[in-house]
Design a protein around this ligand. Structure first.
Ligand SMILES: *Cc1c(COP(=O)(O)O)cnc(C)c1O
Length: 803
């Protein structure tokens, strides 16, 4: 251990030097923002040294590199991550304290890089950190969105979307690499020239790499997150400008900018926008060109690509990379189709994230063909090969129609999932149930044809961000209890099992949780003006707003509980704070209505003296990574209540359990595996199974009868439907409630009674605090397996064949 005092002095000198010479400020005149910049630049220098070492080492070793292609990287803030992973948090904190500064305050100045919608984007960010931690040479490839995911404001209870201006003050973490630029074409025509085929795009933009270092735990390796920026080949048409057409002179640049302007937030809906397909091709093509260029430069022979490169497609958004790689191999490198196909399949693999049919990407064939005429030819060629294989394997017409890369039902469409499935050697689901359902439903026929291709890789989260950094109190307590080994191997948390019944440890755990709740309550009081009682049970549902995630089930139960508390004020109610947060896709009407309903219910309940502080409801605006880091350590109860069969995995569920919240949840996604690990007695499971949901949906389910049979449910639905919570617009929720009454696709009514019972079991358990604490400890102790280090180790071994 180097002496802390000398480390503090060194850090202090470094920061003051950076403040002077690179920020240009004297320490007496420096403002908070200057110190923030100095702190980042000081740690960044150390990161860069490791980055250069890592890159050199990768080239020297000449091993295989992993390329993770993702439309989204929800990385959040990077300062705390860098300090913590480099092991310099303590000395930086103290060096700043000597100047009267608080590190946490500086950290708040960093914008939250929100380049993703939710779980899929956050998974990509956790994976990048784990790849570096496991010392695997890897590049993340995505888009450098200028505005990224929208910022959510709540006006009169409604969601308002604002552009996120995360780059407004520059981004000290990124480095533009002008030498890594590629021309990306769109449209035009394909001409045959002897044996060769030449694509003449009608339009070209330049993709330029912008690199961000990603530090692994203990600073072992620093990998690169390479995000593409778009520029016009001719950013300013000077002749047009001089002729007086000032706007027209910039038109190409504006058009290029639009490619990287925003992330389409319509994550679970068919985004029909041509711009979205352009974005997908733009970043996939730039990435594949970069990968092929690097390989040829260092290895010479394109045929060895699969030995040196593993390309992982995070969902189908980069699926067109399959066709782009084929195009480069055949058109630019002159390989035969069959050889190119073998190389492509050996290099590429694909992760599926959803079974929702409306979220499976497909593009109208005429659009795809107009934008990517050469790729359309390649898709046809791949399809012909795949369908011949299917015919040879004896599959029937229905199976062949399902396998085809072209959907022939109605308007013809290109199926990106089928392209991704056939174009690689591995297709993985993200939790055991999800993988099983993939085999039975969306990919049933492809699975018949390629029975060994589908495999499971249950998601994970990085314990650095989601335990160590977001919950230093708990990290300290665990270290005190079992020593620091869990910091390098989260499965060592299991050592806590032996102490789960230890009352003294339980008390300390409760004290840590209480401090985190006080901190969250303070934050909510400052930002929203709402007072919360930190002794109440903090019941949290934070995630994207979607009908399948069933915020509505939680809200209907909240209303029922409100009724119960008013009817039976003499009972011994457990004081609860219901915390909600999440963004709704701007075009998703019901999701936006659910946000408004949450706020309408909150306004009514929070102002009602007859519940006497026993129940509070709060919708925290602009849910993002930083907010998650604040809320999760303060949660007592984690709501993971999706309709069974619909949540592929979930990763929020893992973060909460790791921070000692108990889960109330359905047998869905990774909840099932969490239950298997923490034990049935340490989780509140309720409701229909995926199989039962499928059965009910296939006929004979009558939600009206269910509602009539449940007094509490009926009263709650009718109160919401008739405007009790929306007296200003009594019909506001009529249709939303009719959805439950008429068809109840998401099984809100069907699961209501079981859920309400589960919540009363939660209450009973909360009243026995010793038991609650022991359960919380058992959760922390047994979810170490859900580290993204474990997930990445499985990808490395089974999919990427890394040695
Ligand atoms: C973890 C995380 C998610 C995913 O949450 P789920 O509950 O699994 O849907 C979404 N958004 C953010 C900001 C996250 O940190």
């Amino acid at each position: 251990m180097p002496d802390l005092n000398s480390a503090i002095q060194k850090t202090d000198a470094l920061i003051v030097d950076v403040l002077r010479h690179r920020v240009g400020k004297d320490e007496r005149a420096a403002k908070l923002h200057d110190w923030y910049k100095a702190a980042i630049l000081a740690i960044r220098d150390e990161v860069i040294d490791r980055w250069i070492d890592s890159t050199r080492r990768t080239y020297q070793q000449g091993g295989k590199r992993v390329y993770y292609l993702s439309m989204e990287f929800l990385i959040g803030r990077l300062l705390r991550d860098a300090l913590s992973n480099m092991g310099v948090t303590e000395q930086t904190q103290q060096a700043l304290a000597a100047h009267g500064l608080d590190l946490a305050t500086l950290e708040e100045l960093e914008p939250d890089a929100a380049l993703g919608n939710g779980g899929l984007g956050r998974l990509a960010a956790c994976f990048m950190e784990s790849l570096a931690t496991l010392d695997i040479p890897a590049y993340g490839y995505g888009i450098r969105y200028i505005n990224g995911m929208f910022r959510q404001r709540i006006d009169d209870g409604w969601q308002v979307e604002l552009p996120e201006t995360w780059l407004a003050h520059g981004n000290p973490w990124e480095f533009e690499r002008l030498e890594s630029s590629y021309r990306i074409g769109f449209g035009g025509e394909v001409v045959a020239d002897g044996d060769a085929v030449i694509w003449h795009p009608a339009e070209e933009v330049e993709a330029t790499a912008v690199d961000t270092p990603v530090v692994g735990w203990r600073g072992k390796r620093v990998n690169t997150l390479r995000l593409w920026d778009a520029n016009a080949l001719d950013p300013l048409k000077l002749d047009a400008f001089n002729a007086g057409d000032h706007a027209g002179a910039l038109a190409d640049q504006v058009r290029a900018d639009s490619l990287v302007r925003v992330l389409y937030p319509a994550d679970a809906h068919q985004a029909g926008q041509e711009l979205r397909l352009r974005q997908e091709y733009f970043f996939s093509a730039a990435s594949v060109q970069d990968i092929v260029r690097r390989h040829v430069q260092y290895e010479g022979d394109i045929r060895t690509l699969p030995d040196k490169a593993a390309i992982q497609l995070n969902d189908t958004h980069p699926a067109v990379a399959v066709a782009e790689l084929m195009r480069l191999l055949v058109d630019s490198h002159g390989l035969e189709f069959n050889e190119a196909w073998a190389i492509t399949q050996a290099t590429v693999s694909y992760t599926n994230h959803t079974l929702l049919p409306e979220a499976l990407e497909s593009w109208p064939l005429p659009l795809f063909e107009r934008l990517l005429p050469r790729h359309m030819q390649i898709v046809y060629a791949i399809n012909s090969r795949v369908l011949r294989e299917a015919r040879k394997a004896g599959l029937d017409d229905a199976a062949i129609a399902a396998i085809s890369l072209i959907d022939e039902n109605g308007e013809r469409r290109v199926r990106m999932a089928n392209l991704a499935f056939t174009g690689g050697h591995s297709v993985n689901g993200v939790a055991a149930l999800h993988t099983e359902l993939m085999k039975q439903t969306v990919f049933a026929d492809l699975h018949k044809l390629y029975p060994t291709r589908i495999n499971n890789k249950t998601n994970g989260v990085t314990p650095r961000r989601w335990l160590q950094q977001c919950n230093p109190g708990l990290t300290g307590l665990i270290t005190e209890a079992i020593g620091p080994a869990f910091l390098d191997d989260t499965t060592r948390l299991a050592d806590l099992n032996a102490m789960a019944g230890d009352a003294a440890l339980g008390e300390k755990l409760a004290a840590v949780k209480h401090a985190n709740k006080v901190a969250l309550a303070d934050h909510i009081r400052h930002t929203m003006g709402l007072r919360l009682d930190p002794d109440a049970l903090f019941d949290v549902q934070i995630k994207r707003i979607h009908e399948y995630k069933r915020q509505l089930l939680n809200l209907v139960e909240t209303v029922a509980l409100y009724d119960q508390i008013r009817s039976h004020p003499e009972r011994d109610w457990v004081p609860r704070v219901k915390i909600f947060g999440g963004k709704a896709a701007p075009s998703y009407h019901n999701a936006k209505l659910i946000i408004k309903l949450t706020n309408d219910i909150a306004r009514r309940i929070n102002a009602d003296p007859s519940v006497g502080g026993l129940l509070k409801v709060v919708f925290v605006p602009n849910y993002n990574v930083s907010l998650a880091e604040r809320i999760i350590p303060a949660a007592d109860l984690s709501e993971q209540i999706s309709t069974a069969g619909m949540e592929a995995s979930g990763t929020g569920n893992m973060k909460f359990a790791l921070n000692g919240a108990l889960t109330i949840g359905t047998l869905d996604g990774a909840n099932i595996e969490i239950k298997d690990r923490v034990g049935d007695d340490n989780i509140f499971i309720f409701g229909l199974t995926a199989e039962e949901v499928a059965q009910k949906r296939s006929g004979g389910y009558d939600p009206r009868a269910v509602i009539e049979g449940s007094r509490e449910l009926g009263q709650a639905i009718s109160a919401i439907a008739t405007g009790v919570f929306s007296p200003d617009d009594p019909n506001r929720y009529r249709d939303l409630m009719a959805g439950i009454t008429d068809h109840d696709w998401f099984m809100v009514a069907a699961d209501f009674d079981a859920y309400a019972q589960g919540q009363r079991a939660v209450d009973a358990c909360w009243n026995d605090q010793a038991r609650w604490r022991a359960m919380a400890l058992r959760n922390i102790a047994n979810v170490g397996w859900f580290s993204s280090d474990r997930t990445i180790a499985e990808y490395a071994k089974d999919i990427w064949n890394l040695t």
